[in-house]
Design a protein around this ligand. Structure first.
Ligand SMILES: CC(C)(COP(=O)(O)OP(=O)(O)OC[C@H]1O[C@@H](n2cnc3c(N)ncnc32)[C@H](O)[C@@H]1OP(=O)(O)O)[C@@H](O)C(=O)NCCC(=O)NCCS
Length: 279
């Protein structure tokens, strides 16, 4: 196992593309590398890269993600080495609880490493018709501090690096919802071709229709294809996505946890995940 270098990012993106993980692109890997290069690992055999994985620390919690072993070397213990190395990396930084979203192929591997299942992490997709709402507006640079502090309060750890990066890359896909003159919700998205990947999407519990934030991501009257990942416990998100007519995919990964705590990101204010590998 070794740390990734900038030269490995394209290889990492080629492995996720081969798995049809269309949201996990070079841009995402660049973000992980800028945030925590020590957590971006590569497994090599005979001097050739054969697997990747990313560990993302947030205080005493962390996420594992983007774990892919090249098909020709699967079933030989490489996945196990990657998980061990990522866990060690987080533990050495004081992380006590580690979360991930497991595919059906990955879940048995993680169980062998002490992870337990929490709940399904549902996948939704469909077309949303843009609409403007008087209480929803584009996010401004001056909103970021408030959005980051709300996110920290609601989500449970500091995701400020990724929220700032998302705003920097896609300012036109960041919306805030105001109630009584204060920010009470926000949605951010990324664009891949014509599609939007939603998240984070969060709103105070007194916001009755948080789906307004998603309608504001598209021009009024224009339909856009969106994808969102929400935890099965988020009844508010499921209701809101149902109102928009989004369909749930037949298969869903499992949110799993290793270690001390299991509550990160499960507050009622949290509607859609940022991404699988970073919460
Ligand atoms: C899931 C994945 C990462 C596992 O990687 P891997 O290198 O095959 O994992 P391991 O070899 O450590 O373990 C897998 C199996 O091989 C077995 N194995 C381990 N060492 C072995 C060896 N020396 N000889 C034979 N079999 C071995 C393990 O017992 C395990 O068996 P089981 O799961 O059928 O019970 C890999 O299949 C993959 O990249 N899948 C596609 C992407 C994906 O779904 N990633 C997970 C995202 S959460």
């Amino acid at each position: 196992m070794r740390r990734r270098t900038p030269d490995d990012l394209a290889y990492a993106a080629s492995l996720t593309l081969a798995e049809n993980w269309h949201s996990e692109t070079l841009e995402e890997f660049e973000g992980f590398y800028s945030h925590a290069p020590a957590g971006c690992l590569v497994a090599e055999r005979d001097g050739r890269a054969v697997a990747i994985g990313v560990a993302t620390p947030y205080g005493d919690a962390g996420f594992l993600g983007q774990i892919v072993v090249a098909p020709e070397v699967r079933g030989q213990g490489v996945g196990s080495l990657v998980v061990n190395a990522l866990l060690s990396c987080l533990q050495s930084q004081g992380v006590r609880s580690v979360y991930l979203n497991a595919t059906a192929a990955g879940a048995p591997l993680y169980e062998r490493h002490g992870f337990r299942m929490i709940q399904p992490s549902l996948r939704y997709a469909g077309k949303v018709r843009g609409a403007s709402h008087a209480h929803v507006r584009s996010m401004r640079a001056g909103d970021l501090d408030r959005v980051c502090s709300l996110d920290r309060l609601w989500w449970g750890q500091d995701r400020g690096f990724f929220l700032n990066r998302r705003w920097g890359l896609y300012p036109d896909l960041c919306q805030v919802l105001e109630q009584d003159g204060a920010i009470a919700g926000y949605a951010m998205a990324r664009r891949r071709g014509e599609k939007l990947w939603i998240g984070p999407w969060c709103a105070a519990t007194h916001v009755a229709a948080p789906e307004a934030l998603l309608e504001a991501l598209a021009q009024p009257g224009v339909e856009v294809q969106v994808h969102a990942g929400v935890l099965a416990s988020s009844a508010r998100a499921i209701r809101a996505l149902g109102c928009l007519g989004l369909a749930q995919s037949a298969t869903a990964p499992w949110r799993m946890v290793w270690g001390h705590d299991a509550a990160l990101g499960q507050q009622m204010e949290i509607l859609a995940n940022g991404t699988s590998a970073k919460g």
